[in-house]
Design a protein around this ligand. Structure first.
Ligand SMILES: C[S@@+](CC[C@H](N)C(=O)[O-])C[C@H]1O[C@@H](n2cnc3c(N)ncnc32)[C@H](O)[C@@H]1O
Length: 212
């Protein structure tokens, strides 16, 4: 039987798999690419010192939360993997780290900016609408939301990384963009970080949007 977007299979698989590979991830995910650096500047270049940024699917806190803190911002990071979050807590102990699933997490305060970097393509596409609405509600007026989604239309699938299986799903860039607009965001910037190939790589697409 194929994996359907709402089968829920991905949640436990990804939590267990990220817990299992956290040590390897910590070793390889060290610095931002030039594109990531550019997008982080678009996300928070205009923010005042001390503003708080919500990082959805924050992983180990490196390099993204680490960069945000180095720029003088506070970070609230959310992740469902105890082991990934453990690295983030150790690295940046004065920031706020919340163990939660993006499917159900509802922010309890407002934020100056939100980032969901390489985390949404692990979440069933049927949940994007409610996640975008929660982000919009949590953002202060004019606040920005940076996110990546998959770079093409494809059914949900699993793939391996560090010998563990991971679940992937995503709206196409066009549908994700429309959904953002329907939720009350205006597009500030978008780019393909890598283009889909005819093989395993479904592509990766980044957007920065502004809460209208
Ligand atoms: C590819 S890593 C990216 C981590 C970080 N954003 C970065 O850029 O290095 C994806 C992260 O999203 C988290 N994640 C995936 N699905 C999630 C979910 N449903 N709820 C919470 N976290 C999730 C994983 O545990 C993992 O830490």
């Amino acid at each position: 039987m194929g994996i359907t977007p709402d089968s829920g299979i991905g949640r436990d698989m990804n939590r267990e798999s990220y817990d299992a590979i956290a040590v390897q991830w910590e070793q390889v995910r060290v610095r931002m690419s030039d594109a990531e650096q550019r997008i982080l500047e678009l996300l928070c270049g205009d923010l005042r010192f001390g503003c708080t940024v919500l990082d959805l699917g924050c992983g180990t806190g490196r390099p993204i939360a680490e960069y945000l803190v180095s720029q003088g911002f506070s970070v609230t990071g959310v992740d469902q993997s105890v082991q990934m979050l453990g690295f983030a807590r150790q690295r940046l102990p004065t920031q706020e780290w919340i163990l939660a699933n993006l499917d159900t997490f509802v922010p309890g305060q407002s934020f100056s900016a939100v980032i969901a970097w390489d985390s949404l393509f692990h979440v069933s596409r049927v949940l994007y609408g409610s996640i975008f609405r929660n982000v919009k509600m949590a953002l202060q007026p004019g606040g920005r939301f940076a996110l990546t989604v998959g770079g093409s239309e494809h059914p949900p699938f699993t793939d391996t990384m560090f010998d563990r299986e991971f679940f992937y799903d995503s709206h196409s860039p066009e549908v994700a963009l429309q959904l953002l607009r329907d939720t009350g965001f205006e597009l500030v910037h978008s780019e393909f970080l890598n283009l889909p190939t005819s093989g395993r790589d479904k592509g990766r697409f980044a957007m920065v949007a502004r809460a209208a």
